[in-house]
Every structure is written in structure tokens, then in C-alpha cells.
Write a protein that binds this ligand. Sequence first.
Ligand SMILES: NC(=[NH2+])NCCC[C@H](N)C(=O)O
Ligand SMILES: [Mn+2]
Ligand SMILES: [Mn+2]
Length: 324
Amino acid sequence: MTSAPSKQPKFLPNAQDLGVVAVGFSGGQPKPGVDAAPMALVEAGLIKQLEEDLDYNVSYDGQVHNFSEMLPADDPPYRNMKRPKFCSAVTKEVSEQVYKYAMQEKLVLTLGGDHSIAIGTISGSARAIRERMGRELAVIWVDAHADINTPETSDSGNIHGMPVAFLTGLAKDDNEETFGWLKPHHMLNLKKLVYIGLRDIDNGEKKILRENGVKVFTMHDIDRHGIGKVMDMALGWIGSDTPIHLSFDIDALDPQFAPSTGTAVRGGLTLREGDFIAECVAETGSLVAVDLVEVNPSLDEHGAADTVRTGVSIVRCALGDTLL
Ligand SMILES: NC(=[NH2+])NCCC[C@H](N)C(=O)O
Ligand SMILES: [Mn+2]
Ligand SMILES: [Mn+2]
């Protein structure tokens, strides 16, 4: 069962050094419980497996940050965003933590939490990659959703539907306490973003994706070409010489395999397709950071254990586990 990452890492001299950030944050959406995911993943043995089966030197403070000390006394909706100050403060802190590990040339694994935390993770990696190598980061966003609403296009006001808009500068705010801390060095080029697995895109998001020529592989593309060809095309778009941040929303998988998530959408990836995406990214040797988000162990009508197990498997594959 034991296996080492299959290819020589391109951007991390000590690719077996892994920094783990556990973000117990649920404020980017309305359902409680997604904050308990990091603990559930750790209790399922994730960190232990990464150390023992995959030989990583794991830096992890053993704590799931819940950021309760950052909860603002007053946090009314602003520009249609719910809990804007809390989300902004937490993602800013996550950005710093990811940045620190990335500057130490560690691979960074962030366990969410809802997908709003990607504002922190991706801004932290993008900044570190710029500083360390003068390079731009590429992002592979695996999800049922595009999460590219601006505050103005969002119907829900939930910030977990907006991270890509903030990260690419499509959405901006001048106030430091409502994402104004995001500066150009934190940002992602829309041309370096690739989506896989989308099937529930809001009308405003469709317009944004089309107008900006964003590279999207929907479930339709996967049905048409198969996941193998889609991964070739996705990685071909990024190129073999660009650092990659993988942001994996568990709801990309079909609810059969990952029912315990806040915004489940039928018609998703199979378990193997999910693992395969992660395996292909690992094989590039270009991976610098991974997020696993939106596992909600309290939505357990169908058994959260399955969803947690699916999450563990995705992370293992992304970090170099192979079938043989
Ligand atoms: N990270 C997620 N699960 N996002 C779901 C977003 C759903 C919807 N598009 C919204 O903006 O509210
Ligand atoms: Mn999603
Ligand atoms: Mn998402």
C-alpha cells in the first residue's frame, strides 16, 4: 500500500515537508457543521496516514482554528455579503498561515471549512510563489459550482459562492476589513484558472465565465471526452512549468459518494474520477498547495463517514498516493 510520490517535484526542494492548516470556519455559508470537518478528517487518520504511508514530515500545530476571537461584535450584511467582516478577517489570517508555510518551501494542505477560505489559501500561495520564484500561480478548482459570483451577482449573499471573484479582482472592496486587504500580489490571473466538474452555475456566473474566456470543464465535457482526456486538456492549458494550487470542493463528487456537504448537486464525479483528478495533479510534480473543503460531518443522513473517507482519499491521491 505504501508508495512515494511518483515524480520529482519541480518547485519544492523538500517536497516531503508538508504544512497543514486546519480551518474550522463555516461563516461563508449558512449551515453549521462544516467547521467540524478538519477534526473529522484528522480523527479518520489523515495526518497519520500522510506521515506513515506517504512519508511526509508534517508540520501541524494540532489545532483546528475556529477563529472565535475574531468574531466581530457587529457584522451586518454589506453589499449583499453575509458576515463580511468575519469572513474577511478569517481569510486574511489563513492567507498569512499558508504564506508562511509556502515561504518555508513546504507543500501546504488546508482542511476546511467552507470554500470561502480559498480566499485565504490561494492568496497566500499566490503571494509566496511570486516572492519565492517571481512566478504566477495556476489554480485547478474542482467543484460542482464556479464560486465566481460577485457580491452583486450573488443570489444567496453567501461568500463561499464568491471566492474566485475576489481572488481574480472581478470583485473588489476598498475597506481593509471587507477584503480590501487583498492586494495585487495576492491575486490570481483568470487565464491561469481551470475548473473541473461544474454543473450548477448561476446565470450571473455563466456571463462572467463566458465574457472572461475562463477555461471550464463541466460534467458535460467529462461525459463527452472522459476524465482522462479532460485532465490532459486541463493540464495542457496550465503547462508543465507552472506551480499548481488544487482547490477541491468535496461537492464536485456525486452525492452518492459525498452526501455530507452543504450544497450537494446530483450528476457529479464518481469516486474514481475524483481520485483520478488528484492523481493526475500529483503526477505533474507541480503541486504546491491543496485545499479540501465543504465536508460537513453533521449533514449525516446518509452517513458522514463515507464523505470523510472520500475526503481522505482525495487528499492522499493529491499528495502522491498511487494504486500500485
Ligand atoms: N462552495 C460552494 N459549495 N458554493 C456553493 C455556491 C452556490 C451558489 N452559486 C451561491 O453563490 O450561493
Ligand atoms: Mn461546491
Ligand atoms: Mn466550492
